[in-house]
Write a protein that binds this ligand. Structure first.
Ligand code: NAD
Length: 253
């Protein structure tokens, strides 16, 4: 059955990978992203998608995006609260309060605005599936990334709480926890961490790979496989779970 899928931060990386795979499954897709140029690229490639530039931390912009989706679709079957940012890297004593708040804002408060709308429309329709993108950083401590790790841990709490609140209304809420995903974002993360720790970037890369039992990076497609599963009939009894797609990451250091 065709599903109506909303994805935040869907103009690149994991979000775009999810959008492509849901579309291949025959679903209808709505994507927002803060990056105007990236949204234009998605719009050109997928003219059938609903696309809008919107910052997940802006109640007004998310109201415009989600209101537009609602006016077109009257609801949504799947909502992926995926937008996130790595935020500042550094020892806590060196981190700036505004940068800390901005990182928590995108990862956590943006997910609140997205999930609040999802809960409202899904409760009205009596079903739905919410997928929140957390991280292995939401399962482990993550040196030099305290705001990111804190926000991703908080998303686990949000997932489990919403699963309890919304389950009786027929709504499932799960999180996906990617490990290190190959691609541009990870290269930026490695470069930032190398700068923050004073290590060589290849040393930081090897440190990450050593913490992964399967000794390999994860791809956006690996995450899409999990999202497709979580929104399939096979997952109809799965809620409140954090599904790690991380090659079994045991340590981020
Ligand atoms: P990415 O940078 O490729 O994509 C993130 C997208 O979110 C970008 O298009 C960006 O423009 C958008 N975005 C950022 N801030 C936004 C905001 N305020 N409002 C709307 N859109 C915004 O990164 P990604 O790897 O695809 O990350 C997707 C999610 O996966 C994030 O939540 C991230 O924390 C999480 N994650 C990524 C990795 C990894 O290794 N890449 C690992 C674990 C978790």
């Amino acid at each position: 059955m065709t599903q109506r899928v909303v994805i935040t931060g869907g103009a690149s990386g994991i979000g775009l990978g999810l959008a492509r795979r849901f579309a291949e499954r025959g679903d209808r897709i709505a994507v927002c992203d803060a990056d105007a140029a990236a949204i234009e690229t998605v719009k050109a490639e997928f003219p059938d998608f609903i696309t809008m530039q919107a910052d997940v931390t802006s109640e007004a912009e998310m109201g415009a995006f989600l209101g537009h989706v609602e006016s077109k679709w009257s609801g949504a079957d799947v909502v992926c609260a995926n937008a996130g940012t790595g935020g500042p890297a550094g020892l806590i004593e060196d981190l700036d309060y505004e940068a800390w708040k901005a990182c928590v804002g995108v990862n956590l408060f943006g997910s609140f605005l997205t999930c609040r709308w999802a809960a409202r429309v899904m409760r009205a329709q009596g079903n739905g599936s919410i997928i929140i993108t957390t991280s292995t950083a939401g399962q482990w401590g993550y040196p030099y990334r305290s705001p990111y790790a804190s926000a991703k841990w908080a998303l686990v709490g949000l997932t489990k709480t919403l699963a309890m609140e919304l389950g009786p209304a027929g709504i499932r809420v799960n999180a996906i926890a990617p490990g290190a995903v190959e691609g541009d974002r990870m290269e930026r993360v490695l470069a930032n961490e190398a700068a923050a720790s004073g290590k060589d970037i290849e040393e930081v890369r090897q440190q990450y790979v050593k913490g992964v039992s399967l000794r390999s990076w994860v791809s956006a497609d690996d995450l899409a496989d999990m999202a497709l599963f979580l929104t399939s009939p096979a997952a109809s009894k799965i809620s409140g779970q954090v599904m790690a797609v991380d090659g079994h990451t045991e340590s981020l250091v």
